[in-house]
Design a protein around this ligand. Sequence first.
Ligand code: SAM
Length: 267
Amino acid sequence: MGLRTVGDGALAKPLIEEVESYWDRRPCNIRHSPLPRGTLAWSQQITARKNFVEPHIVAFADFARWKDKRVLEIGCGIGTDTMRFLRAGAAVDAVELSSESMNAAHERVGLEFPNERPSLRLFHANAEEWLPEGPYDLVYSFGVLHHTPHPERALRLAHERLKTEGELRIMLYATWALKNFLRQQPEAQGGCPLAKRYTAREARKLLAGCGFRAISIHKAHIFPYRVKDYVEYRYVKQWPFRIMPQPMFAWLESALGNHLLIVGRKA
Ligand SMILES: C[S@@+](CC[C@H](N)C(=O)[O-])C[C@H]1O[C@@H](n2cnc3c(N)ncnc32)[C@H](O)[C@@H]1O
C-alpha cells in the first residue's frame, strides 16, 4: 500500500483550501464510532454504522462486481468504501484532498488488513488537478463532487483515466430532496463550505459536458433518525418515519431521497 503526496502545489486556491481544511478538521464519518481510535473495533464500527445508515451504498457500488478490476476512488474520505472494494478483490487507487482523512484511511487499512498487502495506493491530491494514470474499469466517487468547486475538472480527468468500456458511479446531492425542503444542513456536521445540489437534468448535463452519458439515475436515502439521539449512538426514528410503513418509506426515498445515484459510461 502506497501513501503519496502528488500535484503541483496549486491547492492554494482559497475555496479548495477551505474545503480541504473543513474535511481535515472533521473527516467524514470519523465519529461513527465512540470506541478508542486506532483499534480494529473502532474501524469496524465505522463501517457497520455507515452500512446501517446508508445501506443503499452496497447495491450502488456493487463491490463484488469489481473483483480483479482496477478501481479509482475520488475522495475516499476515511476509506470505508475503499476497504469494501479491497475486500471484494479490486485493485484500488484512491485520491483524497484532506490529509487527515487520508491518514485515517491509511490507519484503518493497516488495522483491517494487518497481515496482507492489499492492492491499494492512496494519493493526497486535488482530483480537479490530478488523478493517477489509468486505465480504470470503474471510477467511483460517493458524496464528493458536490463539495469541490469545479467538479467538471475532476470528471474530465476521470474520463481520460477510464477504459472505453469502463463505468462511472457517482453520488451527488439531489435538489428535489426532502432534506432540502426541510432546509436542514446538507451535512449532518454543519459549516460545510460547499455543498451543491443537482437535479437529474443538471447531473446529465454535467456528465455530458465531460464526455459521459448517464445510463441510470436513481434517488435514495432519507435520514429518518432524531439527530439528538443519533449523535449519542441511539437510533430513534422521528415523526412521521416512526409510523411509516417500510414500502411507503422506500417509495419516499426513491422520490425525495437526498442522494442522486448516477451510473455513467463514456459517450
Ligand atoms: C462527504 S466526504 C465523502 C467521503 C467518502 N467518499 C465516503 O463516502 O465516506 C467528501 C470527501 O471528498 C473529499 N474531497 C472534496 N473535494 C475533493 C477534491 N477536489 N479532490 C479529492 N477529494 C476531495 C473531501 O476531502 C472529503 O473527504
